[in-house]
Design a protein around this ligand. Structure first.
Ligand SMILES: Nc1ncnc2c1ncn2[C@@H]1O[C@H](COP(=O)(O)OP(=O)(O)OP(=O)(O)O)[C@@H](O)[C@H]1O
Ligand SMILES: [Mg+2]
Length: 363
């Protein structure tokens, strides 16, 4: 089943998407600790949304509130427009895959996958068909008679996914489901999840603290920090237009320069006057931070907005990262594609960029 391409709420031309799941002021306290401050979140039908954030930011708490494993301290939860705040887990039509895949060790792969169907009293012939289909979907046809202990970690992970997919829940929650896997397997599973998502049309909420995984998988990323939603948007929006310093730092490498906005449309910094990405809107004299991603910085010999010295070169295969020290001592990161003549330590360079590639965030 195809699903629509999603647009951020900020795009006025966006088709209004159907809402699969919505929270209104949903929150959770454990004693004096607020694990989740009141959260308003809309998840669109058929989208793959990742909850991304550092350890302790409230991702698992939010997921547990959605599937009903934890009671909220306030707020409401709607699934398909119906208030499910206090509904038991089995009345929410949600599939859950946790990090510790919790397969039944004494049941074979087939029996593990059949379990949720047996609980739903599906007839035996139908169970056989559905189990075979689910095994096929996760690339494990032929593994049905093995026991979990006879499988690798990644294969067990796929069985857990198949057991979740087999009863075709329309909302799937996955908590750090790939974090136990090695890099290669993890990337393979990301491709699998994208394919399964495309083929089933299910709505998926995927928790991770890995920013690359979030950017690779998601229709939208919901970045969490200290129990709050910091920013929500498409991977491109989150990466290219971070709204706060936290987002800029958490996603990718960012260069940040602080200064004061001038009436002439510049940011006055210790190392130079930088052109603003857009005309100032009555914000002169305010403090602000300019964010520029390394790939937007061009190094030249003759002119640029900043000037500095190459103090470190870091080769990472596809590119070389250059650290450039400005007169104030601030360090900037730039990238150089492999194949170009490498810059030398001690070389003096100018840094230039298209003003429209910079972003301004509150200082
Ligand atoms: N059962 C609990 N009792 C007390 N505090 C809890 C409980 N569960 C979570 N917390 C606290 O709530 C906050 C959010 O925890 P949560 O598990 O949601 O974080 P997370 O974003 O999933 O982190 P991680 O990436 O480490 O899994 C943390 O400060 C945590 O210590
Ligand atoms: Mg967690």
């Amino acid at each position: 089943m195809p699903y629509f391409s999603h647009k951020d709420e900020t795009h006025s031309s966006a088709v209004v998407p159907e809402i699969k799941m919505r929270t209104e002021g949903l929150m959770k306290k454990y004693g004096a600790t607020t694990a989740l401050h009141p959260v308003d979140l809309n998840v669109h039908t058929g989208e793959l949304l990742t909850l991304l954030g550092p350890s302790g930011s409230g991702k698992t708490t939010l997921l547990q509130l959605i599937c009903g494993l934890t009671e909220p301290g306030g707020g409401e939860l709607f699934i398909d427009g119906i208030n499910k705040t206090w509904a038991p887990t089995h009345q929410r039509d949600i599939g859950v895959v946790f990090q510790n895949y919790a397969l039944f060790p004494h049941l074979t792969v087939e029996e593990n996958i059949a379990f949720p169907l047996q609980m739903r009293r599906v007839n035996a012939a139908e169970i056989r068909t559905q189990v075979a289909r689910a095994l096929d979907m996760v690339g494990l046809a032929g593994f049905g008679h093995r026991f979990p202990r006879e499988l690798s970690g990644g294969q067990q992970q796929r069985v857990a996914l198949a057991r979740c997919l087999v009863y075709q829940p329309s909302l799937i929650l996955m908590d750090e489901s790939l974090s136990a896997l090695d890099r290669q397997l993890r990337e393979n599973m990301q491709v699998e999840i994208k394919r399964i998502h495309r083929e089933t049309g299910a709505t998926i909420i995927f928790v991770t603290h890995d920013q690359e995984e979030a950017l690779a998988l998601s229709d939208r990323v919901c970045l969490m920090n200290a129990g709050r939603i910091e920013q929500i948007g498409t991977p491109v929006e989150i990466y290219e237009s971070p709204r706060t310093a936290f987002v800029a730092d958490f996603i990718g490498i960012s260069n940040k320069l602080s200064g004061q906005i001038t009436a002439g449309g510049h940011l006055m910094c210790p190392d130079g006057q930088l052109p603003l990405p857009a005309p100032p809107t009555g914000r002169d004299h305010q403090h602000a931070v300019m964010v520029i991603r390394p790939e937007h910085i061009e190094l030249t010999e003759h002119s640029g907005y900043l000037h500095g010295e190459v103090v470190e070169t870091i080769y990472v295969g596809s590119e070389t990262r250059l650290l450039i020290k400005l007169a104030s001592g601030a360090l900037m990161t730039a990238r150089q594609s492999t194949g170009n003549t490498p810059r030398q330590l001690g070389e003096r360079v100018f840094l230039h960029w298209q003003p429209s590639h910079a972003r301004l965030i509150p200082g």
